[in-house]
Design a protein around this ligand. Structure first.
Ligand SMILES: [Zn+2]
Ligand SMILES: [Zn+2]
Length: 338
């Protein structure tokens, strides 16, 4: 089968590789039909993240079921499904606590399309992917929805969801600040989710005119400036800047008792955080890898109800054979579709 590999900075290549096969009665084989570029993928391709090629690329996707093990009884061949980018078993203690990113049933950090860090599970830009624990892993795509709109439900949409939704579901009467600029699509998905859940105020800060215009069109009030020390006081703050200044600003802009989530990956232990300010206000800070599988059904439900429109964040939908060119495009969200 054909598979797109990340080779080294700036270089991707289609290669011919053996097809995966069912290895257990719990497996499914899925043919990816639409793949989204994760915010991290763009950084990897441009040498801005410490991932060494070669490895098969792509980890946000909707596919069509081609073959099922005999224990996967909730699905049928030909069905369209979202595949979470992280592999989880659904049965261990951590999965039962919804901490699917840290599943004990598979090697730690098992993921599609991220090379040695995630293990050899293959990538989504290929003709076939093996999905273990398919009864738990797969989530059906409603027939009424465009699969391309749901491609990012594997990863970046849940990553955005966890920054705002758990708190807005408790009470929408809260203010939200999202600092973008690094995790491009996650930050804008967070805006869209906060709007969908009725947050009383949503401010989006960035210095890129195109992303600011998109945030404004989604319903945010925009703050167009380079990152200052503090931007005010908000109940919920989100650092999507991937910039230590953005992280510090989000933390300083969190109201007493508020909650700040950072989706950026800081690759060192020396990133400064304003601990005294945080202590003084008693805020909660969350960072870490998203537990993608746990949030997927809620996101699909919101899209199905017509309250969330992920396609508004999509910058470009490209045909399968143009994946290499499209993957390099410096825009918020690229989707590859067959
Ligand atoms: Zn990702
Ligand atoms: Zn597990």
């Amino acid at each position: 089968m054909r598979q797109l590999n990340f080779i080294e900075t700036g270089k991707l290549s289609w290669e011919e590789v053996p097809e995966p096969k069912l290895q257990s009665e719990q497996d499914a084989l899925v043919r990816p039909i639409t793949v989204a570029r994760c915010d991290l993928d763009f950084a990897i391709v441009h040498g801005k993240a410490p991932f060494m090629g070669p490895f098969p690329l792509g980890h946000e996707f909707v596919g069509e079921i081609i073959e099922l093990g005999s224990l996967v009884t909730d699905f049928y061949v030909g069905q369209r499904v979202v595949v979470p980018f992280q592999i989880s078993c659904g049965e261990c203690l951590l999965c039962h606590r919804h901490l699917t990113s840290s599943c004990k049933g598979v090697p730690y950090r098992s993921m599609y399309g991220l090379g040695a860090l995630g293990g050899e599970w293959g990538g989504a830009l290929s003709d076939l992917v093996r999905v273990p624990f398919a009864q738990h892993m797969l989530v059906a795509v409603p027939n009424s929805l465009d699969p391309a709109a749901l491609a990012s439900v594997s990863d970046n949409l849940p990553d955005a969801w966890r920054t705002v939704a758990p708190y807005l579901e408790e009470s929408p009467n809260q203010s939200v600040l999202i600092i973008g600029g690094g995790a491009w699509s996650i930050s804008l998905y967070a805006v869209a989710i906060a709007v969908a859940l009725g947050a009383k105020q949503i401010d989006y800060a960035d210095n890129d005119p195109a992303r600011l215009a998109l945030a404004e069109s989604l319903g945010a009030k925009i703050i167009a400036e380079n990152i200052p020390r503090r931007l005010g006081e908000y109940d919920i703050t989100v650092d999507g800047s991937a910039n230590p200044k953005g992280l510090a600003c989000a933390l300083r802009s969190t109201t007493p008792g508020g909650i700040c989530t950072s989706v950026g990956i800081y690759y060192t232990d020396t990133t400064p955080i304003p601990l005294l300010d945080m202590y003084d206000k008693g805020i909660t800070f969350k960072t870490g890898r998203v537990n993608a599988r746990s949030y997927i059904p809620k996101i699909i439900d919101l899209v199905e109800k017509g309250r969330l429109h992920p396609e508004k964040i999509t910058s470009k939908v490209a045909p399968w054979d143009e994946a290499i060119e499209a993957w390099h495009e410096p825009c918020v969200k690229v989707i590859i579709s067959r």
